[in-house]
Design a protein around this ligand. Structure first.
Ligand code: APR
Length: 323
């Protein structure tokens, strides 16, 4: 709990591009007091002060501080982790494994003592493996540690579809599951546009199968496309918005169904692995993993994605046998 009456305390570990955007969005949405933590303490302090100075204009009344001391993050209600290095052009998310694994170990040590009851959202890549390592390193409950990826991938997919079909995004229902990498699975059989199955739109000639496949591919490469444009760093506005949606569902007990990297213990036939699936997020954390009926093709693609995550986790174990 925050030092200010009943306001919630939200700590952001990593005050880089995503961390700063998270702080800004959380302030604008008045979700709680914000502690921005970074090994580069000056960056955290500078961003916190900058956003705080917009409070008279924006009309929010929350506290924002920057720090490089874990004591200041004590008893957080929510922690969102973006500490790590982002991709450079030509790199895959998996290329970040060695360096971000070390960083996440340090973060896990920092948060497990100070905020054992927090709901922890990890954004650092390679997502599925880093969130799994975070849970193992910290020992925090599995239903209180989740990874942000599926909302972002789904949001990209829906946006691209809306542009192609010239229809508003809120008329499209779809989601992307599996690992947050090249093997992610757009759930075409569950994709609906204004109440119609996407396959029906293909049959009606509203969108060609080739165009749909192209959009699926573009979604898979959605992050890389932005990395290429930016040249330095990776996407941050849409990732931050997606992380905030998860935090809000927890803090307000909204019980939203959201695609996130969650710990699977038999669901979808997967054991002891974090991977992207629909979950219900409420005040108890991950309240339920929603098991959808997958078509044969979707199941095949999902299993292929699980295999890729498992293989990357095996590589992580080679780097750090304590995992
Ligand atoms: N503890 C706390 N913060 C750290 C640590 C650490 N051990 N190591 C690095 N950081 C901080 C850096 O100082 C930097 O400010 O993490 C921040 C990362 O910010 P950016 O480099 O701007 O990266 P960002 O775009 O925010 O992405 C962060 O999220 O989506 C993923 O692939 C992305 O893994 C990357 C992460």
């Amino acid at each position: 709990m925050s030092k200010y009456n009943m306001r919630k305390k939200i700590t952001l570990i990593g005050a880089g591009q995503i961390g700063g955007t998270l702080a800004h969005l959380i302030a604008l949405k008045k979700l709680g007091d914000v502690v921005l933590f970074d090994v580069a303490g000056g960056v955290a302090k500078g961003k916190a002060l900058d956003i705080a100075q917009s409070s008279p204009v924006e009309g929010f009344n929350i506290s924002l501080i920057g720090t490089d001391n874990y004591e200041d993050t004590k008893n957080s209600d929510v922690i969102i982790i973006t500490a790590g290095v982002p991709r450079k052009p030509g790199m895959t998310r998996d290329d970040l494994l060695g360096i971000n694994l070390k960083i996440i170990k340090e973060v896990a040590e920092g948060i497990k003592k100070t905020s054992p009851n927090a709901f922890v959202i990890c954004i650092t890549n390679p997502l599925d493996v880093i969130v799994m390592a975070l849970q193992k390193y910290s020992g925090l409950p599995k239903n209180k540690i989740v990874g942000m990826a599926g909302i972002l991938d789904s949001s990209r997919f829906i946006y691209f579809l809306s542009q192609e079909l010239e229809i508003s995004t809120d008329k499209i229902k779809s989601f992307v599951l599996g690992g947050h990498g090249d093997t992610m699975v757009a759930m075409l059989d569950s994709t609906e546009v204004d109440g119609k199955k996407i396959s029906q739109l293909v049959d009606e000639g509203k969108i060609s199968k080739a165009k749909l496949d192209e959009i699926v591919e573009r979604t898979k490469n959605g992050g890389a496309e932005i990395v290429k444009y930016l040249e330095k760093g990776s996407a941050y506005y849409a990732p931050a918005a997606s992380g905030v949606e998860m935090a809000e569902s927890y803090l307000k007990d909204l019980k939203k169904q959201l695609p996130c990297a969650a710990y699977l213990n038999g669901e979808y036939g997967v054991n002891d692995l974090y991977v992207g699936v629909p979950i219900i997020i409420g005040s108890k954390g991950v309240e339920r993993v929603v098991e959808l009926k997958l078509s044969k093709k979707e199941k095949q693609n999902f299993d292929h994605s699980i295999k890729a995550v498992q293989e990357l986790f095996n590589s992580a174990k080679k780097i750090d046998p304590s995992l």
